[in-house]
Design a protein around this ligand. Structure first.
Ligand code: NAD
Length: 461
């Protein structure tokens, strides 16, 4: 395919020419590179990044440390501890018929890769896949989101500081830049974003048969049954829903609660909001803002539409356009055809639905796209297993939420509409590698029986 006219063709050529140099680095050299990245994140750029993200949507410094910088550092540490093992020959068994041979899997880099990242956890979702790509020995283009421009700028400086552009380059820009990049014949594309854009990325990738990892979103349900410890459920749920102001791909999108515990649920939710964010959430330093006006207006229209129907605003419902503030809001009695029940909410609004029988919940979930996350609060093992075995989801937490993303020994990703491929730890290394099958024939062994002529086997033996 001719891409010489592409705006980024020169850079692409540079990385292509350098891919075997990078690909042939030892695990120790890759670790050295990752340590430079770690150092930049942990020290040189840490405050710059925290200030930039605060400017972008008032993300509290502690949250930036915990949910962005620390998670990338953790990803690097897991690679440092395991890369020697991952990059060594992975021997496999030899069937009797292949006596006289040995076989192994050789993890080789895919080549020149593209990472397209979103705005909601811009540091984590840009650098975590970069860690996997470097661990696997690739060269990388990065295009972060245009919606967090301050953070993207600091990340661009960091990348320039730590890497040569023939190994890693970060290009700032909006959709037009992403679309130009998508015309290049990358060897792998790692995209994090919405399912709608995921389809655009996959279509563009298909032109070059480029492999993709798609980390997408959707509506992630939470189930709270009648045996659940409500205080524990609320402690986790209020945090999981409102961290990053609900702008989290694995945030509980809506809740199914057994009808017998709805009253205590609302009461406890209200109390916990006060504990976490004081009685006037707008004054809390722990509560960030909606990223921009467009998303703010989208969320306000959800609330206003709900108010016009028979839905009940159980908590919150207020907002302020001055700084894109939306109060934590809990709404019940929503019809299934309302936007709140149709679209990924990505904000601090929690619809709740009540149920009598768990099968109602399971049928509802299975009639919709497979979620990125599904959470269950229950003390009843039978119910937990029944839900696990009769639904599908990218990941699940039992009696907590959102923490699956923090264990780098678990694969992270969705299923179908919520994603393709997995990331973190070994799974990220694997997605950025080709598993090359190698079979070696040794001098001994009866393999010559395979070869023609086929009518004198006895002589051969
Ligand atoms: P988005 O899909 O709008 O944008 C993501 C990236 O794609 C950005 O870099 C953007 O510039 C680019 N892009 C946007 N439109 C494009 C187009 N038409 N062609 C080519 N590139 C385009 O997503 P977002 O709004 O930044 O993030 C929110 C979404 O991401 C939510 O759906 C959320 O669930 C999902 N998400 C998923 C994960 C995960 O790990 N699975 C993590 C965070 C966010």
């Amino acid at each position: 395919m001719d891409y010489k006219e592409n705006k980024f063709a020169n850079l692409f050529e540079k990385q292509k020419a350098n891919q075997f140099v990078v690909g042939n680095t030892t695990y120790k050299e890759r670790i050295k590179k990752l340590k430079r990245l770690k150092n930049a994140l942990e020290y040189t750029y840490r405050d710059l990044l925290k200030n930039a993200l605060y400017k972008d949507f008032k993300k509290p410094f502690v949250e930036t440390d915990l949910t962005e910088i620390y998670l990338v550092i953790k990803e690097i540490k897991v690679v440092i501890s395991n890369l020697k093992n991952w990059t060594s020959k992975q021997k496999v068994e030899t069937p009797l018929a292949l006596f006289g041979t040995s076989s192994w899997i050789h993890y080789e880099p895919k080549g020149v890769c593209l990472i397209l990242s979103p705005w909601n956890y811009p540091i984590n979702l840009t650098f975590s896949p970069l860690v996997s790509a470097i661990a696997a020995g690739n060269t990388v283009f990065i295009k972060p989101s245009e919606l967090t421009p301050n953070t993207s700028k600091v990340m661009a400086d960091l990348v320039k500081d730590v890497f040569n552009e023939n190994e890693v380059v970060l290009i700032e820009g909006a959709v037009d830049v992403a679309q130009e990049l998508l015309k290049l014949p990358f060897n792998h594309i790692f995209f994090t974003g919405s399912p709608a854009v995921g389809k655009i990325v996959m279509e563009a990738a298909s032109k070059n048969l480029t492999s993709v990892t798609l980390e997408l979103g959707g509506k992630s349900p939470t189930i709270i049954d009648e045996t659940a410890n409500i205080n524990n459920a609320i402690e986790n749920l209020v945090w999981g829903k409102h961290i990053n102001n609900g702008q989290t791909c694995i945030a509980p999108d809506y809740v199914w609660i057994h009808e017998s515990v709805k009253g205590s649920f609302i009461e406890a939710y209200k109390k916990k909001l006060e504990v976490y964010y004081t009685s006037d959430v707008s004054t809390s330093d722990s509560y960030c803002r909606i990223v921009n006006n467009k998303h703010y207006n989208r969320l306000v229209s959800y609330i206003e539409n709900a108010k016009e129907t028979d839905a009940t605003i159980e908590l919150g419902g207020h907002y302020n356009s001055n700084d894109n503030y939306i109060e934590p809001t809990v709404i019940s009695n929503l019809k299934d055809d309302t936007l709140l029940m149709q679209e990924e909410i990505f904000g601090p609004i929690l619809p709740i639905k009540t149920y009598k029988n768990i099968d109602e919940v399971i049928n509802y979930i299975n009639e919709r796209e497979k979620p990125l996350a599904l959470y269950i609060y229950s003390k009843n093992k039978r119910v937990i297993n029944y839900v696990l075995n009769n639904t599908r989801a990218g990941g699940t937490c039992i009696n907590t939420n959102a923490l699956q993303v923090t264990n780098h020994y678990l694969p992270f990703g969705g299923s179908n509409n919520s994603g393709i491929g997995k990331t973190h730890g070994f799974f990220g290394f694997q997605d950025f590698s080709n598993q090359r099958a190698v079979l070696k024939r040794h001098t001994i062994g009866p393999l010559n029986l395979l070869f023609p002529p086929y009518n004198n086997w006895k002589q051969k033996i």
